[in-house]
Design a protein around this ligand. Structure first.
Ligand code: PXP
Length: 242
């Protein structure tokens, strides 16, 4: 059975990227989250990276306290991140692979090699009532492995679909559809994200099998497209009557 429209998780990491670029205390992460919510975000997603290149520890605690919807925290399966998660107890967590030198998350988890470790890691978080998802490639074997360790949810990596040529796009959509269908049959909640933008998201949404879509970079970029003129007007106002 097809689902209604997916919920939108707005990833605001790149608001923090701008802040960290200058070491200022603006733009405010909490204000950004509240603005996203007033635009209709169903929940807020952030990735606390091991190198803290954008989101900081204090951000996740401030967000959890201040937002009106709920927090979905992306993190690597490390001991340090587990301790933070157990203290914070966000509503949802998505476990992602992380490499220090990457610009952004480059693919799904290597679930085949790390099954036992991930299973225990997820169990500890789930015991706190957190809905835990694993970030996976749209690969049938990976979906089956996730179901076998009892996680309630997976997020399928849409990066290949988003970055592929027009000629391969149908193929990538098909992979996503197959993986999502199998996941649903196995009783998993199926989310998706990465590289989705104002053009390519419709085809993914139309699949009708995704509960949540997590989207960040394209939305933050659109905010600049639609908001820069007003920001300049406000600065011009400050120059008046010099
Ligand atoms: N989902 C996951 C698991 C991610 O790691 C990211 C990037 O942090 C996103 C979704 C959002 O990707 P994008 O910024 O390309 O929309």
């Amino acid at each position: 059975m097809k689902l209604q429209n997916p919920k939108l998780g707005v990833n605001i990491d790149h608001i923090a990227t701008l802040r960290q670029a200058r070491g200022t205390d603006y733009p405010s992460i909490v204000n950004a989250a509240l603005a996203a919510e007033s635009g209709g975000a169903d929940f807020i997603t952030v990735h606390l990276r091991e190198d803290r290149r954008h989101i900081q520890d204090s951000d996740v605690f401030n967000l959890k306290r201040e937002i009106k919807t709920y927090l979905n925290l992306e993190l690597a399966a490390t001991e340090e991140m587990k301790q933070i998660a157990l203290e914070l107890v966000p509503s949802a967590i998505c476990i992602v692979p992380e490499k220090r030198e990457e610009i952004t998350t480059e693919g799904g988890l290597n679930i085949t090699k790390k099954l036992a470790y991930l299973s225990k890691f997820c169990e500890e978080l789930s015991a706190k009532g957190i809905t835990v998802a694993l970030f996976l490639e749209p690969d049938l074997e990976h979906v089956e492995l996730a179901a076998s360790i009892g996680v309630p949810a997976i997020e399928l990596h849409t990066g290949e679909y988003a970055n592929t040529s027009d000629a391969r796009r149908e193929k990538e959509l098909d992979r996503l559809t197959q993986a999502a269908s199998l996941g649903r049959e196995l009783g998993l909640i199926i989310n998706a994200g990465h590289g989705l933008d104002y053009e390519n998201v419709r085809e993914v949404s139309k699949i009708g099998l995704f509960t949540d879509l997590n989207i960040g970079h394209s939305i933050v970029c659109k905010a600049i497209d639609v908001g820069l003129a007003s920001a300049v007007e406000l600065m011009k106002d400050q120059l008046k009557g010099g």
